[in-house]
Design a protein around this ligand. Structure first.
Ligand SMILES: NC(=O)c1ccc[n+]([C@@H]2O[C@H](COP(=O)([O-])OP(=O)(O)OC[C@H]3O[C@@H](n4cnc5c(N)ncnc54)[C@H](O)[C@@H]3O)[C@@H](O)[C@H]2O)c1
Ligand SMILES: [Zn+2]
Length: 373
């Protein structure tokens, strides 16, 4: 088992990788202390059907009174009305400030449960058991919680650090292949901005895991979490105006195009991680056009993204819609769109859109959309 200590405010917590979900009761006791009597387990029907009984049994046998609240499956249920239903459930069950929520699921469950934990009675304890690769390496690290709203994705939320995160990669055996591809695209993103070593290790895993695949995956996930936690620790609330190669903004690598593609396809055609896969390739092409990045590295990124799995084609998406979606992203970034580009693998650079000649952006975008249509 690997334990990673996260130095968050207001307190440190630990991410345990390689502990079985069936042992979560003792783990919860360790993270929460003896005070909480009650736990509300938040999940969805699918994930609960697979792992809910194991988790509830283990929590109950460690002395917690457990009640369960299930949300709808999918991004469209990560909303304020769902959060309100969960808050009503917490209140109806008389959950006290010293009690806790356990989130069992992917990033959707984690974000919504985390948001409820942040605001119910102005904040109660949260434990995360992420069950998708994306949630293990990304969504459950960093303390961001939130919901979508009619005016945008993830625009209502709170920073609320968990008291612990438990990662059991055995649960990934039931994860659909597309979700694994999506998670690996986020891993490739983290490698591409993190370091040559993290990138190469991710690429090597995708070619052929070494020895016992679960052990190898545990080690790889640990490295990704360490990377994300390091970046977040330097800028926990994303307050700073930093634009250096280690500011939290670099985590948006591949996300400018990803958000635009998701928006242009009404969040129905692509998994978020798949859109990030395209975002990585677009950012690489743009970096090459600005003479920051070499052709060989563009080819390498293409090769590694496709090792993660095949991405749905981008048929019927046009430059105009994408540029409009760039604009709406910009609205939330005080008027200036900052693109994360690469000047080498593991070497991100933040470039203001005004520094990118419009004809270059237009040309790269058009040929990219044509190539993948
Ligand atoms: N808070 C953050 O910092 C942060 C970071 C990245 C992403 N996110 C958020 O995370 C969300 C995406 O998360 P996601 O990719 O995990 O998607 P998801 O939560 O929708 O899960 C994907 C699908 O897999 C199913 N599933 C989950 N675990 C399973 C398992 N072990 N076996 C079988 N099926 C399983 C789910 O029911 C769902 O249908 C988005 O809402 C995004 O905004 C948050
Ligand atoms: Zn992402």
């Amino acid at each position: 088992m690997v334990s990673i200590k996260i130095a968050a405010q207001p307190r440190k917590y630990t991410i345990e990788i390689g502990r079985s979900v069936s042992e979560c009761g003792r783990w919860a006791k360790k993270c929460l202390g003896s005070e909480p009597k009650q736990i509300v387990l938040v999940s969805n029907k699918k994930v609960h059907g697979l792992y809910g009984d194991e988790v509830s049994t283990s929590l109950s046998s460690s002395g917690f009174r457990v009640s369960t609240w299930l949300m709808g499956d999918g991004e469209r249920f990560k909303t304020l009305p769902s959060a309100e239903k969960l808050l009503a459930f917490l209140s109806a069950n008389n959950l006290q400030r010293t009690d806790a929520i356990v989130a069992l699921g992917g990033g959707v469950v984690g974000d919504l449960a985390g948001f409820a934990a942040a605001v119910y009675l102005r904040g109660i304890s949260l434990l995360q058991i992420p069950t998708t690769l994306l949630a293990m390496i990304d969504a459950s690290v960093g303390g961001k919680t939130g919901v979508n709203s009619p005016f945008g994705k993830n625009l209502v939320g709170a920073f609320h650090q968990p008291k612990g995160v438990l990662i059991d990669v055995a649960v990934l055996r039931t994860l659909p292949p597309r979700e694994m591809t999506a998670g690996f695209c986020e891993a490739i993103k983290q490698g591409a901005i993190g370091s040559r070593e993290l990138f190469d290790e991710t690429a090597a895993f995708l070619s052929a895991p070494l020895g016992d695949p679960e052990r190898h995956l545990n080690a790889l996930i640990a490295k990704h979490i360490e990377f994300k936690a390091r970046i977040v620790a330097g800028d926990e609330r994303e307050l700073s105006k930093r634009t250096d190669s280690r500011s939290r903004k670099i985590l948006n690598f591949g996300h400018t195009l990803a958000h635009a593609l998701e928006k242009a396809t009404k969040y129905k055609h692509l998994r978020h991680g798949e859109a990030v896969g395209y975002g990585i390739l677009f950012a690489a092409e743009l970096s090459k056009s600005l003479d920051l990045f070499g052709e060989k590295d563009v080819e390498l990124l293409n090769d590694v993204v496709h090792r993660a799995g095949s991405l749905p084609r981008l048929a019927n998406i046009y430059e105009k819609e994408v540029v409009e979606a760039f604009r709406s992203d910009k609205k939330h970034l005080s008027g200036s769109l900052q693109m994360v580009l690469l000047r080498g693998i593991g070497k991100p650079v933040i470039v203001d859109e005004n520094k990118i000649p419009k004809p270059v952006l237009k040309k790269v975008l058009n040929s990219f959309l044509q190539k993948w249509a």
